[in-house]
Design a protein around this ligand. Sequence first.
Ligand code: ATP
Ligand code: MG
Length: 565
Amino acid sequence: MSDTSPAAERERADFIREIVAEDLRRGRHREVVTRFPPEPNGYLHVGHAKSICLNFGIAREFGGRCHLRFDDTNPTKEEQEYIDAIEADVRWLGFDWGEHLYHASDYFERLYEWAVHLVKEGKAYVDDLTADQIREYRGTLTEPGRNSPWRDRAVEENLDLFERMRGGEFPDGARVLRAKIDMASGNINMRDPVLYRILHARHPRTGDRWCIYPTYDFAHGQSDAIEGVTHSICTLEFEDHRPLYDWLIENLPVPSRPRQYEFARLNLSYTVLSKRFLLRLVNEGRVRGWDDPRMPTISGIRRRGYPAKAIREFAAMIGVAKRDGVVDVAMLEHCVRDVLNREAPRRFAVVRPLKVVLENYPEGRVEELDAVNNPEDPSAGTRKVGFSRTLYVEREDFMEDPPKRFYRLAPGREVRLRYAYLVTCREVVKDASGEVVELRCTYDPATRGGDAPDGRRPRATLHWISGAHAARGEVRLYEHLFTRPDPGAEGDLLADLDPRSEEVLDGCLLEPSLSELGPGETVQFERLGYFCADPDSRPGRGVFNRTLTLRDTWARLQARGRTDE
Ligand code: ATP
Ligand code: MG
């Protein structure tokens, strides 16, 4: 492996684990406490999974704890459905917060007291400017801001107004509470940031108790401090908020002094990781829901059949960097294939069936042949698969007029039916429109199991299903949701959606045991890919989602030494 391989990158660059280890070594903390702080305004996606693996992973590795804290400071966008989904997703990923489940809203009263504390210290004031005016007064990256005319209100007046804000006297947006820091600061976040806004909205947990809500910046660090979080790990866009985070911690009587560290958020090719956009896809009915198997949500990839273990391996492989970049989605898929190759039982399924009749196989006879469950795992053993005179093979495994390198079925051609016999195509039957509807073949009884006594070795081995034994089902083939690796690069995300990202095949033929799979169970359909039983499955009618094909583009890139950008 070259030096810049993901594994090497991780060794070198996991600066967060180094900091944690150093802090423990030096006795700065006795125990590491991290947190994962989702805002319950949507379902979690694979970017969140990276953060979950990092925060819970560090806690686990260093014998500390990780809290799950809902950052529920924006009641207009937050819903119980999201809270439940987030909890289920974190658990599914294999992590547990134990009794450490918290909500920023648990701290509303204390946060309010601390805001009052700042007012009393002359470090916060009530501002009557409108949101637009505040923006205008704030200045730009190149120009300093201007002081609000309300900035020098007397403490008593501020206290009175803030209390009345809480009391519900003013309409939404009429006033805000701002920290009094420095309107000329080079860091815009320090130009008197808003700490509280008026919002007459019912909160899922606090009901109508509040009509003022703290901003993210005011709630976040203080919640960390209340919980005794030692390392508050967040994504790079909060780097510029760190001075404010520290300013608040320094200026409030908080019980502990957490520190914020930033890492690069996950960006994936062919993928959009933005809750707002994902919500739009759901609302506009462009996908089956938050858990559509094409969605990059944790519930989507779970329904698609990605194992939690593969997500954790992916998180370890990409590591933690300080610089933003785009990870090739093929790397995630590689991790999924890696786990499924080891663990998924092999089964036969024919998704676009073409009938094959073995003319010399006795009518009414059936046989049971031994098939290997998982060549990667001898302990998985073998199973019986039924064989009979009428079989089905994959339509694309036959060509009437095959090109040179097509070795599968063709008129006069002999192929191997896996675990069964060598068969030869004798005749092609077509319907009135000229479509091939049936192949008349013969089998060689001396080749039971797939080997010919005379050493004949056909170049193709096909999967098949016996008509007498087949179960019927639906198979949904999935591709990337977007047509291009950089969706939206030309300005319109929706225009880059791939209308063919889902193809539904009905009348697929499956090994009968597949009807018994519960939702979420994954198998390999031999030669076709990995598939996962969908919750839409009904008794006797399985529905399967294609998790991935067998082609591992990441492994191929790696073999060619092309994985480093
Ligand atoms: P989105 O941008 O999708 O709306 P968000 O950052 O607003 O996500 P939060 O619920 O606030 O969503 O995120 C919870 C935690 O997950 C935060 O600590 C955030 O930094 C982290 N996180 C969000 N997106 C990513 C990502 N793509 N990669 C890594 N961590 C992420
Ligand atoms: Mg956020």
